[in-house]
Write a protein that binds this ligand. Structure first.
Ligand SMILES: *[C@@H]1O[C@H](CO)[C@@H](O)[C@H](O)[C@H]1NC(C)=O
Ligand SMILES: *[C@@H]1O[C@H](CO)[C@@H](O)[C@H](O)[C@H]1NC(C)=O
Length: 583
């Protein structure tokens, strides 16, 4: 330890005032400088030597340390060595607090003669206190939107020591976001602030714990720490994110209402309302909105209308997810409608030749049929058939076209009309079918000659008949249609015993009734033959071979002719004469 003797004028004046009655009193002032907290008994200095006192006489002179008033006695004098020693604990902080110099006044009193020496004890600071923060924990709430460079003041750390032993600086535990800025206040005190060096992101890290250390300048250095707890507050800095950029779903047509097609989902990393997601269609046409619903909260897409694959097989919609403050993101929803066998085939009659002539050769095409099915894939594969027992068949042609062709000879006289039923069946499961009837008529061809009902005819005529009287009638049948079946009768010209047939008989061309042209005379002809020809009125006409008609003339009493008499002008009832007899 070092001592610095000081002799001051003020000391002399005071001493004089104080010990006015003491004649031989002498005055001095001595000061010592030493560190605080020295053990009791430690030597501060040799006061006897400093003041030039005789050590051997100290006892005799009752040398002692005294204090003014009731302040404590901190040192003592060793009477055998003259050394000043520590008598009491000297805690600089306790004695002087923050004062930069800590001086204790003591007095050395000697008697015979009385002497009084002032002693100044300069207690020097040692670094026996660490820096300390007021709180155990420093709390901050900082929004994640805080900008880089934002500053946050930190509580100062305090150190009871003085000078260099006070807080000299701060350090911050290494971290990703903050650095420390240390400032000096007037008076030399240091304080620190947190400076945001890299932006916070609540979604990455919701809170940070940083250790702040304050250090003093003593030797050895002492330090104190505090934990800084930073809570990162949310900002709406995240838009919702859809789990998929495109949602694809497939739905059978005619699905029942309220069927859930797909559930879309988006997540938002933000907190509270900033992270609440609402789903919506984005600029979707009214038509689609009437077919599909999107639950704002759950993201469920349901069907609310009738979807028809044949009308629209695919729907594409934009959907949005928005958070509480309106940050949005978008995704695409594609709904593929799958076919269900809900359409029966439709049979179209493209062309039909009706009537068809009955002489059409087998294989003649009489119609073209087209079959269509609005479904797809197997549901639109169609098979066509017609009923059995008709002389027609369907021949598949290109695509869904079929030719209706004849398979055999037609005969109008047997079947003049056909009701052809075409059935079309698709290959769906279950299959659907439809049918259509086609009316087909067969047109007549003059393919039948008139045929007499009998091989030959015979008539009996009584002589002296009236000219013009009907003799009998012949009938030929022709099954053809109209003119082609209309029979016209005529007599084959010729001679009977040198007489022209036409001068003996006539025939009604329409009815086949044969008339006598003149009165017959049994004595002239007993019997004669004529040939009747039947032809039809077709074009060209067809004729039968001739039929033979034998006329027998009967002899009667000349006075009493018995034949039926009728005027030529009035029609003769067919049964008047009766048919010519079968021979
Ligand atoms: C044709 O046949 C179908 C089915 O057998 C039937 O429903 C329809 O009435 C018939 N048409 C005629 C004109 O006979
Ligand atoms: C009669 O037959 C001919 C062919 O021989 C035909 O052209 C004509 O149309 C037929 N007449 C009637 C009325 O069917």
């Amino acid at each position: 330890s070092v001592f610095i003797p000081l002799f001051s004028a003020t000391g002399l004046v005071c001493g004089f005032a104080f010990f006015l009655l003491t004649v031989h009193s002498s005055y001095g002032e001595v000061s010592f400088s030493f560190p605080e907290e020295m053990k009791r008994g430690s030597v501060i200095g040799n006061i006897a030597k400093d003041l030039g006192l005789e050590v051997s006489r100290l006892s005799a002179r009752k040398a002692r340390i005294d204090t003014e008033g009731n302040s404590k006695r901190y040192c003592d004098i060793n009477l055998s060595t003259g050394k000043l020693i520590v008598a009491e604990r000297l805690d600089r902080e306790g004695l002087c607090g923050k004062k930069t110099s800590c001086v204790l006044k003591q007095e050395l009193v000697l008697e015979n003669p009385l002497e009084l020496h002032r002693i100044s004890l300069h207690v020097q600071d040692i670094n026996d206190n660490s820096p300390q923060f007021t709180e155990d924990l420093i709390k901050f709430e900082i929004g994640e939107s805080a900008d880089k460079g934002a500053r946050f003041s930190l509580d100062e750390a305090h150190d009871a020591d003085v000078g260099q032993n006070m807080v000299q600086g701060y350090t911050l535990e290494r971290n990703d976001h903050f650095v420390l800025n240390v400032n000096t206040k007037t008076g030399g005190r240091k304080y620190a602030e947190l400076v945001l060096d890299k932006e916070l992101d609540r979604e990455q890290q919701q809170e940070l714990k940083l250790l702040l250390t304050a250090v003093d300048g003593g030797t050895p250095q002492r330090s104190g720490t505090v934990v800084i707890h930073v809570t990162v507050l949310d900002a709406n800095d995240n838009a919702p994110v859809f789990s998929q950029a495109v949602y694809k779903a497939s739905l059978p047509e005619n699905s029942p209402l309220e069927t859930v097609v797909v559930t879309v989902s988006a997540t938002d990393a933000d907190d509270g309302a900033n992270g609440e997601v609402t789903y919506n269609f984005d600029h979707v046409s009214d038509e689609y909105v009437h077919l599909f619903s999107l639950d704002h909260k759950t993201g469920e897409v349901r069907i609310i209308g009738k979807v028809d694959y044949e009308e629209e097989s695919s729907y594409e919609m934009q959907i949005s997810a928005k958070d509480g403050l309106g940050l949005a993101s978008y995704s695409t929803l594609i709904i593929e409608i799958t076919d269900v066998n809900d359409n029966a085939p439709v049979i179209y009659l493209q062309s039909l030749t009706s009537p068809i002539p009955e002489n059409a050769s087998p294989g003649t095409e009489v119609g073209i049929i087209n079959v269509q099915d609005r479904d797809s894939e197997n549901n639109r594969e169609v098979r066509c058939s017609i009923q059995q027992n008709v002389p027609f068949k369907l021949v598949p042609s290109i695509k869904n076209y079929y030719s209706l062709v004849t398979t055999g000879e037609l005969d109008r006289e047997l079947v003049s009309d056909y009701n052809i039923t075409i059935t079309a069946t698709d290959e769906g499961s279950p299959p659907l079918s439809s049918s259509r009837s086609i009316q087909l008529s067969v047109a007549d061809v003059n393919d039948n000659p008139p045929l007499f009902e009998e091989q030959s005819y015979k008539a009996h005529v009584t002589e002296n008949n009236i000219p013009g009287a009907s003799v009998c009638s012949v009938t030929a049948r022709d099954p053809d249609w109209r003119q082609n079946g209309t029979v016209i009768y005529s007599l084959l010209p010729g001679e009977v015993n040198g007489v022209q047939v036409s001068s003996l008989l006539s025939i009604n061309g329409d009815t086949g009734v044969i008339h006598a042209v003149r009165s017959f005379d049994y004595e002239q002809f007993r019997s004669f033959k004529v040939q009747v020809v039947a032809r039809d009125n077709g074009s060209p006409p067809l004729s039968t071979s001739y039929v033979k008609v034998i006329i027998d003339i009967t002899d009667v009493n000349d006075n009493n002719p018995s034949i039926y008499i009728q005027s030529l002008t009035s029609p003769i009832p067919e049964n008047a004469s009766g048919p010519c007899l079968h021979p």
